[in-house]
Design a protein around this ligand. Structure first.
Ligand code: B12
Length: 211
């Protein structure tokens, strides 16, 4: 039983998407619970990816390839997880702020969070403050993540915080920000809960905030 999950985690790390999907199906056929496969196969594999990325042993392309393999496995599991209502340790709404079209880092953060077991709602790029507000009203997330790669769009992180405050929603959700020009000092200045410099740290911090 454990062997198949270990193999799944290894194949995920290597980015073998078709093999991961096939192994997820095989594990289901052998009677393993969807949530066990998610936690001990897919998430376990993504945890190692996150650790090695943080340590500088893996780079962005390798992480994206591993994340794609995780998605292939998730595609098989998703309908069953939705059925058994075990989907997600928390909901994370993520988007790149208004005026900004950079999404590679944001996607990486989203995929790693999904790999860690979060239910991720991705609003895409160029997300207006009001769209973040609407997403909080619609999805009741535990956390919001905002990404900005341009110094000129960082102001829209502050505008989003203000829009959430005006809508009376600021206290209902934790906010994390990131992106190359963003700093911990800026996070403190605009009154958000956290800053993460990379995707692996984002996962660690988000997990800590949920617990
Ligand atoms: C790829 C790229 C583009 C692509 C974007 C494609 C895409 N789909 O994303 C294109 C060509 C479209 C583009 C356009 C522009 N770009 Co550009 N681009 C880049 C580039 C080369 C790489 C960015 C990237 O993807 N890095 C890799 C990812 C993995 O890293 P990351 O984004 O930093 O993400 C990590 C962390 O920051 C963090 N993180 C990111 N988001 C979040 C969110 C949360 C919640 C958390 C917790 C963490 C987190 O985790 C991620 C993973 O570890 C950078 C230069 C650079 N080396 O950074 C310039 C750069 C960002 N671009 C720049 C500029 C100026 C532009 C343009 C204005 C150029 C122009 N004159 O048209 C336009 C703006 C378009 C727009 N309105 O957004 C400047 C920004 C300068 C500044 N500081 O303001 C840069 C720095 C280049 C430079 N040196 O001048 N760009």
């Amino acid at each position: 039983m454990a062997d198949i999950l270990e193999r799944m985690a290894e194949l995920l790390y290597e980015g073998e998407d078709e093999e991961v999907a096939a192994l997820v199906q095989q594990a289901l056929d052998e009677g393993l619970e969807p949530n066990t496969i998610l936690q001990d196969g897919l998430i376990a594999g993504m945890d190692v990816v996150g650790r090695d990325f943080k340590a500088g042993d893996l780079f962005v392309p390798e992480v994206l390839i591993a994340a794609r393999a995780m998605h292939a496995g998730m595609d098989v599991l998703r309908p069953l997880l939705a059925e058994s209502d075990t989907m997600g340790i928390g909901t994370f709404v993520i988007g790149t702020v208004q005026g900004d079209l950079h999404d590679i880092g944001k996607n990486l953060v989203g995929m790693m969070l999904e790999g860690a077991g979060f239910n991720v709602v991705d609003l895409g790029t160029d997300v207006k403050p009001q769209d973040f507000v609407a997403a909080v009203q619609a999805h009741h997330p535990d956390l919001i993540g905002m990404s900005a790669l341009l110094t000129t769009t960082m102001v829209n992180m502050r505008a989003t915080v203000e829009a959430l405050t005006e809508a009376g929603l600021r206290d209902s959700v934790k906010i994390m920000i990131g992106g190359a020009p963003v700093t911990a000092a800026f996070a403190e200045d605009i009154g958000v809960d956290a800053f993460a410099p990379d995707a692996a740290s984002a996962v660690d911090i988000a997990r800590g905030m949920i617990n």
